[in-house]
Ligand binder design. Structure first.
Ligand code: OOG
Ligand code: NI
Length: 468
């Protein structure tokens, strides 16, 4: 066998582009949003030549139109465990545990994503993956119906399962790599032919709209893809102006800042699409189902646990002060409360670093020579004389409150139902068959690694050479 030369990074990039093409063909609304975002990004670049140069130099310009993430919802532990093995082939590992029970959603989630700067640069594509939690469905009869249907479906083709096994034992040749992408993409396609009767659909929908979306179809269709907006406020405004786009009233996450933090995101809302049921007597009847939408995001610095606690507190204060109405009618009041509360969050890189609110990547200045340095300089000394440089590490993960907001605006669910918080990370990991990586550890490791490599490059081999 001739081993395929396609790396995990290359497979992920090809997969992301296959998923994008498929979703654009399936969802014209998304295609329209993609065109609109490309246009606002173009505007942004025309207005800010410095930004354009920076993106050009980092290679980001050519990847601007590439999707940053997609999302799926799955029904069983077996589906999750097999998806973990499938995504591993494309260099995507489960990072972060998101408990969505707090928001009244009977799911918990992780993100399958690339790890490390070079992999993220090669292709940033992630899949936000939510697993149904039958234990949160109070209606025992609905739960039973759902579990029975899920037990009967196989979201993978036999060939797909075979290719996963094959890769784990001996890798792919070129033909198998190509086939793998085709088989993997198929899992996530839209199929408007529900596998259930209209009665069963309605029964599950009235129990929880998510239950119907997860259970009634052949597989876990992509429910949205997400594009990078250079200026998310401008892109959101453009979505508001576009006739029939129907965007969410707000941008989830922190307010606009000069030093962006975490993740800001917004979406247009899912529209009902025609589907077919299969009735008990074999007749096909028609119905409608709203599940699929499009999203934009803009990312900023990854926060430390301390920074994240501050973010969570300010966001909770905002929500207490100006609870967002389900129809988003008070978006302006929400927005002004958000801006006011977040004035308490330092908005310059140096303060974020000094107060240990965000993670930073260090790099040495090649021109600085060890001889010019004080004998036991501190990191601050090195920064002051320009021997060390820092830039915030980008946040590559998700935010549970934002995710809940995105879910909610797309479920057509008007009930303000709340479950009590019932995180169950252990159960998720058991289903996954592997531990979930901790995102904070990844950022912290990267910060530590970049600092020690920089010191080494400056001839300050160990931390002992530093004043602490
Ligand atoms: C996932 C929503 C979460 C995000 O960007 O926070 C998400 C879903 O609706 O299935 O994708
Ligand atoms: Ni999303």
């Amino acid at each position: 066998m001739n081993q395929s030369s396609a790396s995990a990074d290359a497979l992920r990039a090809i997969f992301a582009s296959a998923i994008s093409n498929m979703y654009q063909a399936e969802a014209p609304q998304y295609r329209a949003m993609k065109a609109l975002v490309a246009e606002t990004n173009r505007q942004c670049l025309a207005d800010d030549l410095q930004l354009k140069r920076r993106l050009l130099e980092s290679g980001e310009l050519e990847r601007l139109d590439v999707e940053r993430h997609g999302a799926i919802r799955i029904g069983t532990a077996e589906e999750l465990a097999t998806l973990r093995r499938l995504f591993a082939i494309m260099g995507m590992a489960p990072v972060g545990y998101y408990d969505l029970s707090v928001a009244g959603l009977p799911v918990h989630s992780t993100a399958f994503r690339p790890i490390g700067e070079s992999a993220l640069r090669a292709s940033p594509f992630r899949i936000f993956c939510s697993l149904l939690r039958p234990d949160l469905i109070a209606d025992a009869q609905a739960r039973e119906i759902a579990e029975k249907i899920l037990a009967q479906r196989d979201i993978f083709t036999p060939r797909c399962r075979m290719l996963i096994d094959l890769h784990e034992t001996r890798g792919f040749d070129d033909e198998e790599a190509r086939e793998f992408i085709t088989e993997a993409t198929k899992i996530f396609r839209w199929n408007g032919k529900a596998t259930v009767s209209s009665d069963v659909y309605r029964r599950l929908y009235s129990t929880h709209p998510l239950l119907a979306d997860i259970v009634c179809f052949k597989g876990p269709h992509i429910n949205h893809l997400t594009l990078h907006a250079l200026d998310i406020d401008a892109a959101h405004a453009a979505m508001m102006e576009q006739h029939g786009m129907n965007p969410k009233a707000i941008i989830e996450g922190p307010p606009r800042r000069s030093c962006p933090i975490l993740l800001r995101q917004t979406s247009f809302k899912a529209n009902p699409e025609p589907i077919e049921f299969i009735e008990e007597d074999g007749r096909r009847t028609s119905g409608a189902h709203a599940a699929r939408f499009g999203e934009i995001e803009q990312r900023g610095a990854a926060l430390t646990a301390k920074g994240r606690a501050l973010y969570d507190r300010l966001l909770a204060e905002t929500q207490a002060e100006a609870p967002l109405a389900t129809d988003g009618g008070n978006a302006l009041a929400y927005h002004s409360a958000l801006t006011r509360r977040f004035a308490a969050f330092p908005d310059d890189d140096e303060a974020l670093r000094r107060e240990k609110l965000a993670y930073f990547r260090y790099s040495p200045d090649a021109k600085a020579r060890a001889g010019e340095l004080a004998s036991r300089p501190s990191v601050d000394d090195l920064l002051r004389i320009g021997a060390l440089r820092v830039e915030p590490i980008l946040y590559e993960d998700f935010l549970p409150v934002s995710a809940a907001g995105i879910f909610r605006s797309n479920l057509g669910d008007q009930r303000a139902e709340e479950f009590t918080e019932r995180a169950d990370r252990r159960a998720f990991e058991k289903a996954l068959g592997a531990p979930i990586l901790n995102e904070l550890t990844l950022y912290e490791d990267e910060e530590t690694r970049s600092l020690s490599a920089s010191l080494k490059a400056l001839g300050l081999d160990s931390v002992a050479a530093l004043q602490v």
